[in-house]
Design a binder for this molecule. Sequence first.
Ligand code: ZN
Length: 481
Amino acid sequence: MIRRIKLPGWIVIVFLVSGIIFGVNQSVAQVLKESSEPNEKIADSSVYPGLNIKTQTKETDLYTFSVSQPYTENKQINKPIDEWIDQQKKEFTTGIKDWKNMLEENDFRAHLNIQVETEKIADKIYTLEFESYQITGGANGMTKMKSFLIDLNQNKLLQLDDVFQLNEASIKDIQKLILDELHSNQEISSYIFDDMAEKVLKDPEKWECSVSRKGVTFYFDEYEIAAGAAGAIKAEIPMKKIKPYLNEKFAKKIDVKIPEKENRKEEEQQTKDTVKLDPDGKYVALTFDDGPHRAVTPRILDALKKHDAKATFFMLGSQVEYYPSLANKVAEAGHEIGNHTMNHQDLTVLQPNKISEEIQQPSRIIQKATGKTPTLLRPPYGASNDNVKQIATDLGLPVVMWSVDSFDWKSRNAAAVNEEVMSNVAPGSIVLLHDIHSSTADALPQLLSSLEKQGYQMVTVSQLLELWDEKGVGPHYGKIG
Ligand code: ZN
C-alpha cells in the first residue's frame, strides 16, 4: 500500500485537510450535479437512437477528472447510472480527502476516469460498459467495472432475470463456465482463490456482467476473487456457451446472428426438441468416422433412411474439403456431423496451438459446407488426455468416445461387424463404425434390422448426451471420455 506519514505530523494534517477539502468536495459535487441533470435536448444525430452521451472533465491542482456518461430521455433509466457514477465520485472525493497531504507533498494529482463502451446489441437495446479508474494517494489505482443494459423498447434497464434463466442448475452451470474460463487464462489462473470465486458466483445478486453480441463478460473487482496481483478480472464467456442459459425472450430479442450457423442451430435445436427422447426409452447412437467417403457414405445414408434411423458422422476436415456436398447431404438428412479433426493426427502428441488448429479448421470447413458447426469432437484413435479435452472443451467441442467398437476396420466383414455389435450393445451405447469401408455399408441393413427387432431406436450422439444429462447417467462401461 502506501508509505505511512509519521505520527506527529499526522494530527496537524487532519485539521488542515478538513478545511481545504471542503472546497474539493464542493467542486466535485458541483460537477456531479451537472452530470445528473442533463438539460440539453436529446439530439437525433446519435448513432444510437434514443441514447446520447456527455463527457465532463475537470482539472485542479489536486486532481483531474473525466467522466463519460450516456443518458436517455427516461429518468428511470438514467437514475441508477447516475447513482453509480456518483458513488465513484464520492469515493474519489474521500480518497482525495484521505490523501491530500500526500498528494501535495509528492506533487501528484489524483485522477478519476470513467469511460464507457456502448454497444448496440439489438434494435434499441444497448449495453453500456463502464470502466472507472481512480488513483488518489495510493500507490496503485483502482479499477471498477459496471455494466447497464438498456432496453428502449420497454423503456427500462434490464435486470439479471431479464437476461438469464436463473435456477439452481443454470446458476451452477454458469458458475462452472466462469471458473473454467478463469482457469484457462494462464495469466491469472494461479491467483484465483476458488473458494472466494465460488462464493461470489453462487449468488447472482453479486454478479457483475455485461452482455455483448459476442457473449457475456463477468467482472470481478480487485481482491474480490483473486490475489491483488491479478488486478480487476474479466471472464468472457462466448455466446455459443452462454446462450443456453439466456432468458428465452431475451435471446430471441437479441437474435444473435453469429454468422448463419447460429440461426441454423436454432432450427436444429427446435427439431431436437420435437424429438425429445423418452427417459425410459431404449436408444443407441451409431457413429461413423473418417468420412465422408464418396461411395460408402451414400450407401450408409440409404440404409439409415430406410430404417428412419439417425446417426452421427465424425468427419475429417480433409474429406469434407473434397466432398462438401456429400457432407451437406448427410446434414440435410437430419444426421449429426461431428468433428474428427483435420488430418487424423494423434492429438496427444501435438503442441496446444497445433491441437487447436486441428480442431478449428475442420469446424470451419464443415460449417461452410453444411451451415452447421460441429459441437462434438472425436479425437482420432480415441487418443485424448486432459490437455486435449481442455482445449476441445474451450473450443466448445466436448470429446466423445464410444462404448462399443464394431472393429469394422479390423474384420472388414459384414457378418463379423453384426456379431460384434449385437453381442455388446446395450441401451445408451455409442457404437463405433467407419463409413469408409464397403463391408460396413454391407453390414448396415442387417444391423439396423437386428437393433430394431430388439426395440432400439437409433439417435444422434447429442440426443443421447442430452438424455444422459437429464438422467444423470450414461453407459456404465466402455470408453466414454
Ligand atoms: Zn478415425
